[in-house]
Design a binder for this molecule. Structure first.
Ligand SMILES: Cc1ncc(COP(=O)(O)O)c(C=O)c1O
Length: 478
């Protein structure tokens, strides 16, 4: 047996290699307790080592308790391994490590839920991405460099609630533009809406609690509630959004996209907003307001946020920079009722401490210096034009592809004849066009076939080209 073989590549000295090889052989059971090792002279000659090296290795192992050495009798393995000892490559004895089978109940729900991820390339018609080519890169670089020069800012730990300047900028923006009533002390800066939803589930839901979710609705949210062990109630939306008096068992938490329902695009009507707030006050339920893309309304201003109407601290408002700046920035924010701030900040320290300091500082400058509003104005114009281009380019398909009316957003929901989605999506993919599924956003039985066509990241020429490719599907659709 070449005892040195397993560690020859490790870049260690020869004595250390021998120590490790012997230790591993003993722990792995190839050398068992009581077994006599070759004398240092014999082993040195077998391995082509000096006797001093082998003596030193034996001495180390004796000192560590692996060997017993008796003068005149030799060196013996002393290690008694427990019989049920789990080894490095297996789980508890008798149960091979198979992944999901070893998970907690929560872990299994997370795994089975399949998670959620967003498209990484801006290909027609991937949904939900802002135009990254139109981003003011040079300006961003300048702000970034300025902060890098001002080191050590950004190199130490930061506030778990988020960079103070950024929280101030977010609160000022939301109060002025989205009709919120909030102070910077209520803002929690996070790495994503997804992280916010995860925190909300951790802190506000127990297993078996009921959550109402819009139907169709955002999978990223539904997956989180399900992973938390909540009873998910999919409640169909109508032209006024989610009905507060739907005939289902009362929820503990309601997830809403009130400004621009995801994915259909309507706003929650004012009477329903007031009814939801009243119900939340009476029954002590939580309303999660996901205001994910209300910056991009093209027909007038979006309705102000539900949070601004709440006088009882029942609304958790959620926003993200994934759409307004860029997704890989990984910055989002929660505006919390005063009573929830402390527990959320504590819980956040158990997750990732805080988002990276430098991007927060740069984003704060970008907002404070007026670049954020200017950028939004420009993007609003760009995306409004692109929505028009898409609607026009889809007209030849309107016999079978019917766009939903929507006042804004980065994508357009369009319905297909029942039973056609899978076949038409395959045919579109063969032509190099992605057509994100609408039916996948339903949890109940009455799923509507359709597509969610992203347009904001595409130039008018790219939109027309992809729509032309879809025109050749006309005969498949009839
Ligand atoms: C309804 C909704 N909320 C939130 C987000 C943004 O998520 P994040 O901040 O995790 O990137 C998206 C992204 O597509 C979304 O569609």
């Amino acid at each position: 047996m070449n005892l040195l073989a397993p560690v020859q590549e490790a870049g260690l000295g020869r004595r250390e290699q021998l120590v490790q090889a012997l230790r591993r052989a003993m722990l792995g059971g190839q050398l068992s307790s009581g077994e006599q090792l070759p004398s240092s002279r014999v082993l040195a000659s077998d391995l082509g080592l000096s006797r001093v090296t082998v003596e030193a290795a034996y001495g180390r192992l004796e000192a560590e308790g692996y060997l017993q050495r008796n003068v005149g009798r030799g060196s013996f393995v002393k290690l008694d391994l427990p019989t049920s000892r789990p080894s490095a490559s297996r789980g508890p004895v008798g149960k091979p490590l198979t992944g999901p089978a070893e998970l907690s109940r929560r872990g299994q729900r997370i795994h089975e839920g399949g998670g959620c991820s967003d498209p990484q390339i801006a290909q027609a018609f991937a949904a939900g991405s802002p135009d990254l080519r139109a981003f003011p890169h040079a300006l961003w670089r300048q702000l970034w460099t300025r902060h890098l020069r001002a080191a050590p800012l950004g190199m130490g730990y930061g506030d778990p609630q988020g960079h103070e300047g950024l929280r101030e900028a977010i609160a000022a923006y939301l109060n002025a533009s989205r009709g919120l009533h909030c102070r910077p002390e209520q803002v929690l800066v996070l790495s994503s809406s997804q992280q916010a939803l995860q925190l909300i589930a951790h802190l506000l839901l127990d297993e078996g609690d009921r959550v109402w979710q819009e139907e169709p609705g955002y999978r990223g949210a539904a997956t989180v509630w399900a992973a938390a062990g909540a009873e998910l109630q999919a409640v169909p939306v109508d032209a006024e959004g989610l009905p507060p008096n739907a005939p289902y068992a009362a929820p503990k938490l309601v997830y809403l996209t009130p400004s621009h329902q995801y994915p259909c695009g309507m706003a929650l009507s004012l009477p329903r907003r007031l009814a939801w707030l009243e119900r939340a006050k009476q029954e002590g339920l939580w309303l999660v307001e996901d205001d994910y893309d209300s910056e991009f309304h093209y027909d007038g201003r979006p309705m102000p946020a539900l949070q601004g109407l709440d006088h009882n601290g029942r609304v958790l408002y959620l926003g993200t920079f994934s759409k307004t700046l860029f997704p890989s920035l990984r910055l989002a924010y929660l505006v919390l009722p005063e009573t929830l701030v402390a527990p959320f900040v504590v819980a956040r320290t158990l997750m990732d401490g805080h988002p990276a300091q430098l991007p927060q500082a740069v984003t704060a400058d970008f907002m404070r210096q007026g670049h954020f509003s200017a950028h939004l104005r420009l993007m609003r114009q760009l995306y409004a034009e692109r929505r028009e281009v898409l609607l026009e380019a889809l007209q030849p398909l309107n016999a079978w592809l019917k766009p939903h009316p929507s006042p804004g957003g980065l994508q357009l929901a369009a319905t297909l004849p029942p039973g056609q989605e899978a076949r038409l999506s395959r045919a579109a993919a063969e032509r190099g066009v992605l057509t994100p599924s609408l039916s996948a956003l339903y949890r109940g039985s009455a799923a509507q076939d359709g597509w969610l066509l992203g347009y904001s990241a595409l130039t008018p020429a790219e939109i027309r080209l992809a729509a032309q490719s879809l025109q050749s599907l006309n005969r498949h659709a009839s």
